[in-house]
Design a protein around this ligand. Structure first.
Ligand code: SME
Length: 152
């Protein structure tokens, strides 16, 4: 399915107030993982209270051991401090990288802002080499923008 076609679906999941936020986030992860062929693992990490670390809040795909990631560590931890999108076409070329699965070839992490503050991120792993484009960045920024509204 085309990324733009997923936008209304993401929107309708997130606005469903009958579900807890965590359930809605899990459904968004499942939607993305099911509908985008090269999205093999999709998760949302959030800042863990006052601690300088990220905590996994929702995901779709294989369970990971990396449910807590210190700021600065791995691709995710670097985005927690850089506040910038991080697109990794080839994870083998990264030295500050936390491997979750031997099948992962590429990764994209997009920060999630609420009132200008970086409170978390969406993280996607792909088994396809170099699959992510500007279109993925724009789409995931849309997703994070909608998720951010739940935390305002
Ligand atoms: N690869 C990430 C760790 C999280 S897993 O991809 C689920 C990183 O380097 O931060």
């Amino acid at each position: 399915m085309k990324l733009a076609e997923l936008e209304p679906k993401v929107y309708s999941i997130l606005k469903n107030k009958l579900l807890e936020i965590e359930e809605r986030l899990t459904m968004v992860c499942e939607l993305l993982q099911n509908e985008v062929t090269y999205y093999d693992w999709v998760g949302f990490y959030f800042k863990n209270g006052d601690k300088p670390e990220l905590k996994l809040k929702a995901f779709a795909g294989e369970p990971t051991d990396h449910t807590i990631i210190p700021f600065g560590k791995g691709i995710c931890g670097q985005v927690a401090v850089s506040n910038a999108n991080f697109v990794v076409p080839d994870v083998k070329a990264q030295n500050n990288y936390i491997a979750c699965s031997i099948y992962v070839k590429a990764e994209i992490v997009i920060p999630l802002f609420v009132n200008g503050e970086n409170i978390g991120q969406i993280d996607i792993d792909s088994h396809t080499p170099n699959p992510f484009t500007k279109e993925d960045e724009r789409f995931l920024e849309f997703v994070n923008n909608e998720v951010g509204k739940l935390f305002e």
